[in-house]
Design a protein around this ligand. Structure first.
Ligand code: CA
Ligand code: CA
Length: 691
């Protein structure tokens, strides 16, 4: 308590009590150091964005500063904004490479070492800003007067050479409680006297843990080393770094992890310096403010343990551009070179407008591999479409989320010759016309430019609710009555694979939406397999009743196999104007179907093969006069024989006796929805029961 008594009067004397602690620190600081630091900076002649850290073992460690670059779990908004500002300005090497004695930080060192070497550091590094924290080792080896004098001189040398200084007080130290207060107070006074900004690490620790900051206390005897849930480690000297709170910046973490606290304080102060000295342009400052806070997951998509899991993609090849805000993303897309990779840091990217990928073999990927943490959001876009692919081949989009756009999410501008597009492990959320749209291809040169060999795999399409009129002003009672909405809608596709995707709740206003998967306009040789479609109005639509002039068939030689479709009220799998297509081993569940369209065959379907499908509900609805083969399908209510149809889990149990081992063996369905081998006695439906 003696410790606190020394601290509190200082705080009260320095800051007017009417203001909150946070604001008053900001306010009073903005008064005292800005002019003097601007003056010092006017002399600066080195590289912008350099930031040196002069200190001892508490500074040289990789636990300090560097971790900020990689993750900031539970960071308050203002911290994330500060980080974005700093990330856009700081030299890359100053995140982790400026460590070691040649950069002014080394274990066991005191202000004497800094005093001796400061000239050479300034000469060699010439940093724009320098953080200075010595004292922990001085407590038992450098007397107070010498400590003060040498600190003053080191600060002055920095300022004289044009380096802006941020001073830091030391943390309290076990066995030196009172003395550390005195040394911290000395640094505070020097900060005011020299008019340099201050990180008051000491007071911030005591504020959070007035009585038990010391990890050496008996109450922490069960912990070891840095893994102590208070602000000093077990040695009572170094800040703690408990595993549980690493890279965590929640209130709780800031009172349990000494390095989280130090990283937070230094980041905020450095960002303040960048702002107050106007080292970052107002436009960039505003851009950093746009950044939404990062959470572990920005969205909370539906998830079930049996949903398909995407194997990780190989690491990016070629030139890689890392982006972490909207401006960087827009620029990277505009400047992307063929073969380059754009890696998006976890974050919420509020798009101001439509953007496009236009170069061959570009990859646009979430960096963390956690698609729910990288969200490209169209809620504030001035356009109706989110991300276009134009005139290019071999593009990959992976490991990210797109959401909230009025019309099209991923827009394939097929008229411009888009080939070999891959959309992999993405989430497509609340897109109010089409999650993926591939538009018409003009007749001229159609065979050459129609989109070929595209792949949509391991994506999740889901909407929070049925479409409303307010989502899309074009979808009215005069047009589609609020039902112009679907998942994937492509025309003139050839050799596509749409596999292992999940679709949940793609619904129109009156539950008459378009297909979760809708392939039409002379599409050829496409495979639609192992998709899971739950509570979407329409499941898989191969064609529809409307044909463009000159189009005889919507789908030719297309295959839908091993899919689960649950409660698609408008139709589970529908074929309309197809040729030589196959519907094989699908499981479709809707026993109380109003329209009886679990499988529906309409108009011409020449050469269609419908085999081994398990219909939990009404039998196939055949409205077609074409010559077709419809063999070995089962239809009855299988609710009690499936694993959990209420959740869309249509895996079979041993109770599905009529299905087990009863399929005709077809080479086109050698495996099942789980990619398990079917063997010699295949089961009817998408799932092969493994025993
Ligand atoms: Ca079997
Ligand atoms: Ca299986």
């Amino acid at each position: 308590m003696k410790v606190l008594a020394r601290i509190v009067p200082f705080v009260l004397l320095t800051f007017p009590p009417a203001l909150s602690a946070h604001n008053l620190e900001r306010e009073s600081e903005s008064r005292y150091w800005v002019d003097s630091m601007a003056k010092a900076h006017a002399k600066f002649s080195g590289n912008k964005g350099t930031f040196a850290h002069f200190g001892d073992s508490i500074t040289v460690t990789m636990a300090f500063w560097m971790p900020l670059l990689y993750s900031r779990n539970n960071a308050p908004d203002e911290m994330e904004q500060a980080f974005q500002l700093v990330k856009g300005y700081l030299k890359k090497e100053c995140w982790r490479d400026w460590k070691g004695p040649q950069f002014g930080n080394e274990g066991r060192m005191t202000i004497r070492w800094a005093h001796k070497n400061i000239d050479s550091w300034l000469k060699r590094l010439n940093p724009e800003v320098a953080l200075i924290m010595f004292g922990t080792n001085d407590l038992n080896s450098v007397a107070l007067e010498e400590y003060k004098n040498k600190t003053r001189e080191v600060v002055q040398k920095c300022l004289d050479s044009g380096t802006v200084v941020i001073l830091s007080t030391i943390p309290p130290r076990h066995g030196f409680g009172e003395k550390s207060v005195v040394y911290a107070e000395a640094v505070r006074k020097i900060a005011l006297e020299k008019k340099v900004p201050l990180v008051d690490f000491h007071v911030e620790i005591l504020k959070r843990r007035p009585d038990d900051w010391d990890g050496a206390l008996d109450k922490f005897a069960q912990y070891q080393g840095y893994d102590v849930p208070t602000l000093l480690a077990r040695d009572g000297v170094h800040p703690s770094h408990p595993k549980k709170y690493r890279s965590d910046y929640s209130e709780e973490a800031l009172r349990c992890c000494g390095f989280s606290l130090r990283n937070y304080l230094v980041l905020m102060k450095y960002a303040d310096v960048l702002r107050m000295l106007k080292l970052v342009s107002p436009a960039k400052q505003a851009a950093a403010l746009d950044v939404q806070p990062i959470r572990d997951a920005l969205i909370n998509p539906p998830s079930q343990p049996w949903f398909p899991k995407a194997p990780a993609l190989p690491p990016p090849q070629g030139q890689t551009i890392e982006v972490s805000n909207v401006q960087e993303l827009v620029k990277a897309l505009e400047q992307a070179k063929p073969g380059g990779t754009i890696l998006l840091a976890d974050g919420h990217y509020m798009m101001p407008r439509y953007v496009e990928i236009r170069a061959d073999n570009v990859s646009l990927r979430g960096a963390s591999g956690h698609r729910e943490r990288v969200v490209i959001d169209g809620a504030k876009s001035r356009h109706r479409e989110l991300l276009g692919i134009t005139g290019c081949s071999g593009v990959t989009i992976a490991d990210l989320t797109i959401q909230n756009i009025r019309c099209n999410g991923f827009k394939i501008n097929s008229q411009t010759n888009v080939q070999k597009l891959t959309i992999y492990n993405c989430i497509i959320h609340n897109i109010w016309q089409r999650g993926v749209k591939g538009v018409k291809v003009p007749k001229t040169n159609r065979e050459a430019i129609r989109p070929k060999q595209c792949r949509i795999a391991y994506c999740l399409f889901y909407n929070d609710r049925p479409k409303r009129f307010s989502d899309d002003p074009a979808d009215t009672t005069e047009t589609f009555n609020g039902n112009y909405i679907g998942g994937i809608d492509v025309m003139y596709a050839k050799d596509w694979v749409i596999s292992d995707n999940v679709f949940v709740g793609i619904q129109g206003r009156t539950r008459e939406a378009r297909g979760a998967i809708f392939i039409w306009h002379d599409s050829q040789d496409c495979v639609i397999e192992r998709n899971i479609i739950i509570d979407c109005d329409a499941g898989i639509c191969l064609g529809n009743p409307h044909r463009a002039e000159g189009t005889r068939y919507h789908c030719v030689r297309c295959v839908a196999r091993n899919n689960f479709v649950t409660r698609a009220t408008e139709g589970g799998i529908v074929t309309v104007y197809t040729q030589d297509c196959k519907l094989l081993n699908n499981t479709i569940h809707e026993p109380a179907s109003r329209l009886g369209r679990l499988i529906r065959l309409v108009y011409d379907n020449d050469g269609l093969l419908v085999a081994n499908n398990l219909l939990s509900g009404p039998k196939i609805r055949n409205e077609s006069d074409s010559k077709m083969r419809i063999i070995n399908n089962l239809a009855r209510d299988f609710t009690t024989a499936l694993v959990d149809p209420s959740q869309g889990n249509l895996h079979v149990t041993a109770r599905a006796k009529e299905a087990i081992d009863q399929a005709v063996s077809l080479s086109a369905v050698a495996t099942d929805i789980d990619q398990e081998r079917r063997g010699a006695k295949p089961d009817i439906g998408a799932d092969e029961l493994m025993r």
